[in-house]
Ligand binder design. Structure first.
Ligand code: SF4
Length: 262
């Protein structure tokens, strides 16, 4: 008990030190890089560049996606003390916290969607992605994002010996309000019971749970492939796919776009 208390005190102290250590030394005078931003680099690095040049461009798809996300994973804020008590229990519990760490000279911050805990150990990191299309595809950006969450939890000092990752892709327009409200609890239960296939069959092609091994080395490699952009070692790369540029909200202003409407 005393040992766990020390762990949490030390964790919050190290988090405070990490946050106050940030200096605007990366590209665009940033001091920290978001996990989701590194993931976006896998889609197109120039998109990140455009975000800094032109600001975030709101789209209907993004706004709907954010609302849906909140609906699928409702959350309430709790204190650090309550968090520590909750996740230390023997019974699996659900709570998320900010993940952070310095990897390959890059200070990284992120917030996973959902974590299942028991005895102070993360058992599952779950990331939820809504899609209007086929939920069976798993993209490089999504894979990198969830793997980096696992790596950061490990570097924060959590025992990740039982950690697994689950990326849930869901075509939410096919789901009733009741199904949306119950989704994350059902996913958590099926992950723990090893009954993902049975769960997917209930959703009739509208939902796919991609199980991914926790792999710190793969996460480090993903960061290494993108950090040169932040450290000023190279210029941003841009998409080689016309389809990506067509779907991109920056295509009217992007100097690198491959999409040229008539
Ligand atoms: S238009 Fe194409 S190259 Fe430009 S940011 Fe979008 S995806 Fe990248």
């Amino acid at each position: 008990m005393v040992r766990m208390q020390r762990f949490w005190e030390d964790l919050w102290k190290r988090e405070g030190e990490f946050l106050s250590s940030g200096k605007p030394e990366y590209r665009h005078d940033t001091a920290f890089v978001g996990v989701a931003t590194i993931a976006e680099q896998f889609y197109c690095e120039y998109k990140v560049e455009n975000e800094f040049a032109f600001g975030e461009i709101p789209t209907e798809v993004k706004e709907k996606g954010t609302d849906l996300h909140d609906e699928l994973i409702p959350q309430v804020a709790i204190s650090r003390k309550r968090f520590a008590k909750l996740v230390q229990g023997k019974k699996p519990s659900f709570a998320v916290l900010r993940v952070w760490g310095k990897v390959g000279n890059l200070r990284i911050l992120g917030m996973p969607d959902h974590i299942v805990w028991a005895e102070g150990k993360p058992l599952w990191v779950v990331e939820l992605k809504t899609t209007g299309g086929d939920p069976t595809s798993l993209w490089d950006d999504q894979l990198a994002q969830i793997r980096i969450y696992g790596l950061l939890l490990q570097s924060m000092g959590f025992d990740c010996s039982r950690l697994k990752l689950a990326l849930v892709r869901v075509r939410a327009r096919d789901l009733s309000d009741e199904e949306k409200g119950a989704l994350i609890l059902k996913v958590s239960a099926s992950l723990q019971a090893g009954a993902v296939k049975q769960l997917e069959s209930q959703y009739d092609g509208s939902m796919k749970v991609h199980l991914v091994a926790h792999d710190g080395a793969a996460a480090e490699a993903a960061i290494a492939s993108k950090r040169g952009y932040w450290l000023g070692e190279r210029e941003p790369t841009s998409s080689t796919s016309v389809g990506k540029c067509r779907a991109c909200e920056y295509n009217p202003v992007c100097p690198k776009t491959l999409y040229k409407p008539d």
